[in-house]
Design a protein around this ligand. Structure first.
Ligand SMILES: [Zn+2]
Length: 274
């Protein structure tokens, strides 16, 4: 780890994905070398949330996890699944409910099932007083109409992988949401709307994530052979965000770390010898 470079926290990545099976140790080591000192593993199904927690236990102090059912899997959201998620969510390393929300772009689960699954996650988060880690794609109106009445009793809400325009951003900010920004921002063409939003996000609502192994930043200096994204690319994403915001990388790292620690109530890293 380099001296004087502030560390960053990846708030959303899928390290239990099968593409990391062969070389997880190296992936984690590369992240550490890149000053990505903590990671929050996304749970997107009952089994996936259990796996994420198991991995977080192996790297206790560095990794945390979330517990939830992605809208793609909403059709599997039964009463038993909620019971298991409730148990998982009582573990100290589980720091949020999610990922949960609505995805009308892919529509992998029927919309009514998505809405009811989302509502149950919001109820659970309120009951346990944990923040929610949210996913929304092409479902803005329904999403807001479910989220808005829940907000006053929620501990906090972050819209992960936010990619939209300033108008949509403003609607989330008005509700009190945080925004998670990924390497989508590194794509000048596809990320155009997002690149207009990023400079307007208040300092105290911004967090950063890779969504690895997905969403590989388009403009890495030496394009790796594999299309698999990794947590070690988070500083690259952070630098792009900082430059769009006219901030130094150091400032961005510091404020996103502070936001993340506060939002998820993360303990300070155990080993701060660097
Ligand atoms: Zn998502």
């Amino acid at each position: 780890m380099s001296a004087n470079v502030p560390s960053v926290i990846d708030i959303g990545l899928n390290l239990t994905h099968k593409s990391f099976q062969e070389d997880l140790l190296e992936v984690v080591e590369r992240a550490k070398q890149a000053d990505v000192d903590r990671m929050i593993l996304t749970g997107s199904s009952v089994e996936g949330s259990q796996d994420a927690l198991n991995l977080a236990r192996r790297y206790s102090g560095t990794m945390f996890s979330t517990a939830g059912i992605h809208p793609h899997h909403a059709a599997d959201c039964q009463t038993d699944s909620l019971t298991i998620l409730r148990q998982l969510a009582q573990e100290k390393l589980v720091v949020a409910i999610g990922e949960c929300g609505l995805d009308y772009f892919r529509d992998f689960s029927p919309r009514e099932a998505q809405r009811s699954c989302f509502r149950r996650h919001l109820d659970l988060a309120q009951e346990l007083q944990l923040p929610v880690f949210l996913h929304e794609r092409d479902a803005h109106d329904d999403f807001l109409s479910l989220l808005e009445p829940a907000m006053p009793d929620l501990k906090g809400a972050v819209v992960h992988c936010f990619t939209d325009s300033p108008a949509v951003m403003q609607a989330y900010l008005n509700l009190g949401c945080y925004l998670g920004i990924t390497g989508w921002v590194c794509d000048e063409r596809r990320g155009e709307a997002l690149r207009q939003s990023v400079p307007l996000i208040p300092d105290d609502r911004l967090m950063i994530e890779t969504d690895a192994p997905y969403l590989m930043p388009r403009d890495l200096p030496q394009s790796p052979k594999s299309r698999r994204n990794e947590p070690c690319h988070l500083p690259h994403i952070g630098r792009e965000i900082a430059s769009l915001r006219n901030q130094s990388y150091e400032r961005l790292a510091e404020l996103t770390t502070r936001n993340t620690e506060r939002f998820f109530e993360l303990p300070k890293p155990e080993n701060t010898t660097s």
